[in-house]
Design a protein around this ligand. Sequence first.
Ligand SMILES: Nc1ncnc2c1ncn2[C@@H]1O[C@H](COP(=O)(O)OP(=O)(O)OP(=O)(O)O)[C@@H](O)[C@H]1O
Length: 303
Amino acid sequence: MITVFGSINMDLIATTERLPRPGETVAGRSFSTAAGGKGANQALAATRAGARVRMAGAVGADNFADDALALMTEAGTDLSFVRTASEPTGTAHILVGDDGENVIVVVPGANGAIGDGEARAAIGAMNRGDLLMLQLEVPASAVETALNAARAAGIISLLNTAPLTPEAAELSRLADIVVANEHEFERLSGHDVLSPDERRDAMARLSAETGQTLVITLGAEGVIAIRDGQFHEAMGLTITPVDTVGAGDTFCGYLAAGLEAGLDFDRALRRAAIAGSLACLAPGAQPAIPLAVEVDAAEAENS
Ligand SMILES: Nc1ncnc2c1ncn2[C@@H]1O[C@H](COP(=O)(O)OP(=O)(O)OP(=O)(O)O)[C@@H](O)[C@H]1O
């Protein structure tokens, strides 16, 4: 079973002709809500990929909680380690202008109340050899506790270094597998802009030093990884993206599910990259996460 330790949010999205300036009020065009949070998105992606998944996190005792959990409930994700906190359910307040520009305020709420107790409880319920997946939308101290407890218990940890936080580089050292996008990897490696050759050198150096598996997603260019000193590359699909939101979370969920199922590393990367591409073909994060049968079909068509 995969355990995802991380954030659960409700996204509140308003579209408007143009974004307001400070102090200004503008009329909106439309409003929608969507379940989100990187933890929840990745848990749903791994569940849709066919894995047995437990989500560990927190929501508030409010009307947003059920909606934030709805798609995971429907998919069959185990929610027994989702606690109801006294803080409100985490919310992301997203304004999108007609030019595609956006401004976002994330209020962590219950996600910010996750601490060492939740981390220890989640790891305590896992078995040696299980996979733990984390991101950086819950307090860094809880992520650190979870990663250390996982290592002590022989649990394999996969950390997605999103969103990039000041503690990201330090925390990433504690994980067995690190998944970063190219911008995050530049920050982790301490270099501003990396050419493809410089990126490979930086990956080789870092993984030789730490022994970690490093996986760097490259948007339309697919993914490059290094594991046990060997480089691996995979491409997703050639597509015209509708909305790339959630591509990275879908990638992580499918990669975790592939590794947990014992797929060979190249195939797990390829399926994750294909799933990431498919997630770009529909708007929003969670609704756009493909089912395993859709990834099977795309994989067969493009083999
Ligand atoms: N434009 C695209 N065309 C094809 N596949 C894509 C595209 N964008 C993303 N993908 C697929 O999704 C995977 C993850 O995307 P990306 O590297 O953009 O991660 P990310 O920056 O974390 O994403 P996001 O923050 O948008 O969720 C890629 O490795 C690729 O397989």
